[in-house]
Ligand binder design. Structure first.
Ligand code: NOJ
Length: 486
């Protein structure tokens, strides 16, 4: 047994992540077209507080200062997403030069400061016009997405090596088309499964077309992970319930690209919902082999059990446990007898539990099942932050969360997982989808009245992690009083 290293490998990269709709604002500027999130936010009762992304963090206007802030923190990488409706307002046809210029300038500034850009092509803001044609349920979207991805690679491939096609296809399909809690707000399990397949196929087609343009580009697929564990590991029905959730949440989004095909349990378990005719001849071959790396977004762990008497009350618990607001539908096709148990341990402001051990386990599992390089593309926590009288945000819970999870990453590396980077979610507080601005994940606080940025204690702590390339003790006093604001 070798001793666990206390520092990160020399080539391991640290960064932060954001997403276009969550930070940019400027939704009516620069020729941007409407997205399904503009529509969803304008629909009554969909988003807490009736919030929307119209202004968000105003990153569309403050991007230069935001990049300078990242440089001050010593970040090596910045994961951001391109808003498809900003660069191709209708999702087909004409591209918008002004939108393309916004990202070109952002990339240039990042690079001038030594920060590696990691582009996500799709973080949920689908052009509304494509949704009007059926969105991810209409197979035509595969070619539409590929055309958009190709153009982005033509524009930026010379400057950017690290690309992700999609962020969390599970959320885009199962929460958007199944649970109804995200845009476009549909509640149809057959649609959700169809959308999931089209997202996978879009990834594969775009991957191959993008590689044709830039063979050296590293193109990955970013998944949120659920880490289901059976409530009673000695009960085969609990084990089967956990396997179903694992297949839907995780395996469905990596197996097609590695060994080909979908997890076997899925078809029988969902036969009452769909005949899977949305998988056409040739799709499986097209998907196999089409990935360079996997992104893991990790937040919490999950306990599930078989419960044939699951009723309304327990499904409320299920939505709480898996972190998404109840919609009229389900995020888990075939879950009629599957129940999520209340999460164990300390809970964040999202109601998610703090469980670093499941991150280690998940990284090792993805390593075993895919053999691919892995980046932790998101990890972080929301808390009810308070600005103290002296201006500090003493977010010790967030520091402690990062502390535990960075240690979990080191554990996974030590046990053999090929983990190459870590992106904290998030650079700054931002629009937390159906939760609006109520939940704060940033290491920098955003005052939504003045748009002022204020470094929380966690920003100073993370900066020190990057400087030492090691997990810094939680209790070290690193933040000045007053903290940096701009
Ligand atoms: C994952 C999503 O990619 C991101 O957009 C979201 O804000 C975080 N989870 C926190 O819920």
């Amino acid at each position: 047994m070798t001793t666990k290293p206390s520092t990160f490998p020399a080539d391991f990269i640290f960064g932060t992540a954001t997403a276009s709709y969550q930070v940019e604002g400027g939704v009516h500027e620069g020729g941007r077209g409407p997205s399904i999130w503009d529509t969803f936010c304008a629909t009554p009762d969909k988003v807490v507080g009736g919030d929307n992304g119209d202004v968000a963090c105003d990153h569309f206007h403050r991007w230069e200062e935001d990049v300078d802030m990242m440089a001050e923190m010593g970040l090596q990488a910045y994961r951001f997403s391109i808003a498809w409706p900003r660069v191709q307002p209708g999702g087909t046809g004409e591209f918008n030069e002004e939108g393309i210029a916004f990202y070109r300038n952002l990339i240039a500034r990042l690079k001038s400061k030594g920060i590696t850009p990691l582009i996500t092509l799709y973080h949920w803001d689908l052009p509304q016009e494509l949704q009007d044609e059926g969105g991810w349920v209409n197979r035509d979207i595969v070619d539409r997405f590929t055309a958009y991805a190709v153009r982005m690679m033509e524009e930026f491939g010379g400057d950017v090596d690290m690309w992700a096609t999609f962020n969390e296809p599970w959320v885009a399909s199962f929460i958007g088309y199944g649970a109804g809690a995200h845009a476009p707000g549909h509640t149809d399990s057959a649609e959700a499964l169809t959308a999931a397949h089209h997202l996978n196929l879009s990834h594969a087609r775009a991957y191959r077309a993008m590689k044709h343009i830039q063979p050296d580009a590293q193109i990955g697929y970013v998944n949120n992970c659920h880490t289901p564990r059976p409530w009673d590991p000695s009960n085969p029905k609990d084990v089967a319930a956990s396997a179903h959730i694992d297949a839907l949440a995780n395996t469905m989004f990596h197996q097609p690209f590695i060994q080909g095909g979908y997890p076997e349990v899925l078809r029988p378990n969902t036969a009452h919902i769909t005949d899977w005719s949305f998988v056409h001849n040739g799709d499986e071959e097209e998907m196999k082999g089409a990935v360079d790396w996997f992104g893991v977004n990790y937040y919490a762990s999950h306990l599930v059990r078989h419960n044939p008497h699951k009723g309304k009350a327990t499904s409320e618990v299920a939505t709480l446990a898996d972190g998404h607001k109840a919609g009229a539908g389900t995020a888990w096709p075939g879950d009629e007898e599957i129940e999520f148990m209340p999460p164990l341990g300390q809970l964040t402001a999202m109601g998610w539990n703090v469980d670093p051990s499941a991150l280690t386990a998940h990284l090792l599992k993805i390593h075993r099942e895919t053999g691919k390089p892995i980046y932790v593309t998101e990890n972080g926590s929301a808390w009810d932050d308070v600005v103290d009288d002296d201006g500090r945000v003493r977010d010790v819970n967030r520091i402690s969360y990062f502390h535990g999870h960075l240690g979990a990453v080191l554990d996974a590396i030590h046990e053999g997982a090929d983990v190459r980077g870590y992106m904290a979610w998030s650079l700054m507080d931002n629009f937390e989808w159906a939760q609006g601005y109520a939940k704060r994940f940033g290491i920098v606080r955003v005052d939504y009245d003045t748009l002022e940025r204020r470094w929380k204690d966690s920003a100073y702590w993370y900066t020190e992690v990057l400087r030492r390339r090691a997990v810094v003790p939680v209790e070290e006093e690193l933040a000045p009083t007053p903290p940096r604001t701009f």
